[in-house]
Design a protein around this ligand. Structure first.
Ligand code: NAD
Length: 494
């Protein structure tokens, strides 16, 4: 096995694919550890997460170095990984007891039959992750499943396997029992071998791969949580505060060098403010500093690989060849690093260009000018799917009304991704081609548990009465039942 080199040229240990028998063994030993973990009080599990929170913060410098070496991020982008995992650990440590609490429901006969719904862990949850957030989408992603009492086997992308390994080391140090959380390494085949063994799969990645994962999970009748890609729009209304919208667009299009499922790859701007917005936006983007070193001295880092650079360049070249205008950027910044691409703004992008509908997943944003809100909604919806969207306006009521007309899993008003992603208490996810199921909030816990309903007869005479009723002639029984139905309707029972 050859040593690999990261996007900054730094040598990294090779990643050997886990053989299929070892994937099975990893799931089996995770399963063996799971029962005792699920039997522990939630407060004990929470203590592990709070220790992890402290460890992630204490060892942030080491984490940032590794994330930068493997993923090519700027240091400030890499810090999002630390901040997010710490927030998720804190949230689920403090909230899971409430999310798992059995819920009471009214039964068939109010007051006489009571029902409770309990939530039990699935068993072993498989987490399959992409490379763009190597700590958040492995360590961060598995925490709600762990808190719900599951064991977890995680398969990171091979490009970022070391970051996941460091995350699991910290989890072990925080006190997670031996064997409960495991890592398997490799590509698609190892991912498939994992899905063949687990009781639920959480997949983050492309829509194409998500379809295959969902099909394999469906074949085994296990559930899948799918967090996929999309082409996200931000709409700058005529009444937007451009002092917010201009830096907001630059931040939200080029965070993580555009390798962000939530990035704004389209900025739709109202004609009345288009000239002023585009001038200021292009100037701001052209001033974004680039780098590939382990310091905070620049804003935007590298693409992760040559494959990613080619994909980005193809989208830019194709758009320009089809008539798009290059407003800024468009070139490789090889003087900075081998995989660094200038932040790029395109105008006049025709609908035939690949980057019009397809996710670029790189530092390329297209600007569209529209004449009214309806046209903006039309452009925003004219994609293969979107995960999120945003509306920038001084009119909160109009912003909300527009948001409600957008078919995305989330919409932010006067921010794009940071507020919705950072609100850990709020369910977050896609619709249609951008996924199903939710991370964050209570949904991340209910999504990795199954419901068990227990119905209790509170009054013994009811059982006797029901048995007696069954002995009545059918006509008498059904007419009594009909009277009961009318009564329940009349007293407002639900
Ligand atoms: P990818 O789908 O190629 O791979 C993601 C992971 O899935 C990798 O670990 C890969 O080895 C594995 N995999 C691929 N096919 C598989 C299969 N059939 N069975 C099992 N495992 C399989 O995605 P990528 O190119 O690495 O990541 C980029 C994509 O991820 C983008 O589309 C981006 O939008 C999306 N993404 C979405 C979110 C979200 O929260 N919705 C977050 C980050 C990234």
């Amino acid at each position: 096995m050859q040593t690999r080199r990261g996007p900054f040229g730094h040598p990294l240990p090779p990643v050997e694919p886990t053989p299929p028998a070892d994937v099975q063994a990893a799931v089996a030993s995770a399963r063996a550890a799971q029962r005792a973990w699920a039997d522990r009080p939630v407060a004990e599990r929470a203590a592990v997460l709070l220790r992890l929170h402290d460890l992630v913060i204490a060892r942030r410098s080491e984490i940032l170095d590794l994330v930068q070496h493997e993923a090519g991020k700027s240091r400030v982008d890499a810090f999002e990984e630390v901040a997010d995992v710490a927030s998720v650990a804190r949230h689920y440590a403090r909230r899971t007891a409430r999310y798992l609490r059995p819920r009471r429901y009214r039964g068939l006969v109010p007051g006489m039959i009571g029902a409770r719904v309990y939530r039990d862990p699935h068993g072993v949850v498989g987490v399959i992750a992409p490379w763009n957030f190597p700590l958040v989408l492995t360590l961060g992603e598995l925490l709600p499943a762990l808190m719900a009492g599951n064991a977890v086997v995680v398969k990171p992308d091979p490009l970022t396997a070391q970051t996941c390994r460091l995350g699991l080391e910290l989890l072990a140090q925080a006190g997670v029992p031996r064997g409960l959380v495991q890592q398997v390494d490799g590509g698609v085949a190892v991912g498939q071998a994992l899905i063949a063994e687990v009781d639920h799969v959480i997949f983050t990645g492309s829509t194409v791969a998500g379809r295959a994962v969902a099909a394999q999970a469906a074949e085994r009748l296990i559930g899948s949580t799918l967090e996929l890609g999309g082409k996200n729009s931000m709409y700058v209304r005529a009444d937007a505060d451009l002092r917010l919208a201009v830096p907001g667009a630059a931040r939200n299009a080029f965070a993580n060098a555009g390798q962000l499922c939530l990035a704004a790859e389209r900025v739709i701007v109202h004609r009345d403010v288009a000239d002023e917005f585009v001038d200021a936006f292009v100037g701001r983007v052209a001033s974004i500093t680039l780098g590939n070193t382990l310091d905070f001295g620049y804003l935007m880092g590298s693409q992760i690989s040559a494959v990613q650079v080619d994909k980005v360049r193809n989208h830019i070249d194709d758009a320009v060849a089809r008539g798009a205008t290059l407003l800024t950027g468009g070139r490789l910044a090889t003087d900075v690093g081998p995989f660094v691409v200038q932040p790029t703004v395109l105008g006049d992008v025709p609908t035939s260009a690949h980057c019009y509908r397809e996710e670029t997943f790189g530092p390329v944003v297209s600007v569209f000018v529209v004449s009214n809100d309806d046209e903006a909604l039309h452009v925003a919806a004219d994609t293969g799917g979107a995960l999120t969207a945003s509306v920038w306006t001084r009119d909160a009521r109009a912003g909300l009304a527009l948001a409600r007309r957008m078919s995305t899993g989330s919409v932010s008003i006067n921010e794009h991704y940071a507020a919705v992603w950072g609100s850990t208490a709020v369910p977050f996810g896609g619709v249609g081609e951008s996924g199903s199921g939710r991370r964050h909030g209570p949904d991340a816990v209910t999504g990795v548990t199954r419901a068990q309903t227990i119905v209790t007869q509170r009054a013994a005479p009811l059982g006797l009465a029901l048995s007696g009723l069954h002995d009545l002639p059918g006509q008498t029984w059904t007419s009594l039942y009909t009277t009961g139905l009318r009564l329940l309707r009349g007293v407002g029972a639900s």
